[in-house]
Design a protein around this ligand. Structure first.
Ligand SMILES: Nc1ncnc2c1ncn2[C@@H]1O[C@H](COP(=O)(O)OP(=O)(O)O)[C@@H](O)[C@H]1O
Ligand SMILES: CCCC(=O)OP(=O)(O)O
Length: 356
């Protein structure tokens, strides 16, 4: 029996799971309050905070770190790479520590997994990091040669949910055209064309619908005016795109449950903003369906927001069901996907890829 520790840091939560072979024994989702995370200037500064939460969870559950056969973390911002399971190496660690390809909480997954694995002398891995790139060249054209559209998204959960959906449909993932909508701290809408994510919004860098904590695509000229207004530092402007954008900017919270509560108590501003967010998600589903010539076999809704059944799921279903049937995978399958990825490698069913 192999015992796997799964570490999944997201922008609004830390998820931890313990697997014994294919079976989930424990899982904990720790939601982070916006004000709690505000204390940290850079994502790397959250390292000890998030690591200690994981160690505290293990200690509360009476689990000895030495009992694990391997540790796997969510993979962060590296150079664009193919889907797969990667053994954590020095190059990867160095690039994540220095945020060479940018800052996101998923960068902490490999760093924490590596430190804990070293302590107990086992291997550490990541799988399907946020930089998995299967985009068609036509989707990279941005509108100006200075800029290229990039594939940065919830690759791990998008792939896991797409496979689960294919199974549910009794079809092969490589024969299907799917739209997968991951709605978490970031939101990505992926076009899965016969097993490849050929187009997706860059969920991190101001592209796509706004989110609980990101601005998504903004009106460009207004944005340039703001950059040159002298009112904001570069850091503040970057934060306005990621961290302090979206629901946080409008309503001061990244918690969709809190927004729903406010709407139900008659808060009209919360209603307008939240319905505006749903409106943007719907527009992106339509736009991405066009990439598939509207030949879409199914649409999947997933991520933490897909638990929201009062407004979000019904409104999206009402507006896009005519394109294809909508299936809901609340939360998603990230921890299971990570555990299975580690198991395939340690059982030698698949070789670990090397990040170069
Ligand atoms: N049961 C729920 N009902 C409504 N919204 C939820 C629920 N659980 C989580 N969310 C919302 O989902 C978002 C976080 O999604 P999640 O996939 O956990 O994100 P991340 O991995 O980026 O931290 C938050 O806005 C949170 O409020
Ligand atoms: C970096 C893209 C993936 C992403 O946005 O993840 P979170 O929703 O966990 O922030």
């Amino acid at each position: 029996m192999y015992k796997i520790l799964v570490i999944n840091p997201g922008s609004t939560s830390t998820k931890i799971a313990v697997y014994e072979d294919e079976n989930q024994r424990l899982k904990k989702v720790i939601d982070h309050d916006v004000n709690e995370l505000k204390k940290f200037k850079a994502v790397a500064d959250q390292y000890e905070f998030r690591k200690n939460m994981i160690l505290q969870f293990l200690s509360e559950e009476g689990i000895n770190l030495h009992s694990f056969s391997a540790i796997i973390g969510r993979g962060g911002l590296l150079r664009p790479i193919p889907s797969g399971t990667y053994e954590i190496n020095d190059r990867m660690l160095e690039e994540l520590r220095s945020a060479k390809y940018g800052e996101h909480e998923s960068n902490l997954g490999a760093l924490i997994a590596n430190e804990l694995a070293e302590q107990i002398g086992v291997k550490a891995y990541i799988a399907d990091p946020v930089v998995v790139d299967e985009m068609e060249d036509i989707a990279r054209v941005s509108g100006h040669p200075f800029f290229h559209r990039k594939s940065i998204f919830h690759a791990l959960n998008q792939k896991a949910v797409a496979r689960s959906l294919s199974e549910k449909l009794g079809r092969n993932y490589y024969d299907l055209n799917l739209i997968v909508v991951h709605m978490g701290g970031g939101i990505s809408i992926g076009v899965h064309k016969k097993g490849k994510v050929v187009d997706v919004n860059n969920a991190l860098d101001g592209d796509g619908p706004f989110t609980p904590e990101r601005s998504g695509t903004l009106p460009l000229v207004g944005f340039i005016d703001l950059c040159y207004s002298g009112k904001y530092s570069e850091g503040e402007i970057r934060k306005l795109i990621k961290g302090n954008g979206g629901l946080i900017a409008y309503l001061g919270t990244n918690d969709v449950r809190e927004v729903v509560k406010r709407i139900k108590s008659g808060d009209k501003k919360a209603e307008l903003v939240y319905f505006g967010l749903i409106h943007q998600i719907v527009k992106w589903i339509g736009k991405m369906s066009a990439v598939l010539n509207y030949d879409v076999d199914a649409i999947a809704l997933t991520g933490g927001m897909a638990y929201e059944n009062e407004f979000l799921v019904p409104q999206i279903k009402e507006k896009v069901s005519f394109i294809a049937p909508v299936y809901v995978f609340p939360g998603g399958d990230e921890e299971k996907a990570l555990a299975l990825a580690a198991l395939r490698v340690i059982k030698q069913e698949e070789p670990a890829k090397m990040y170069k």
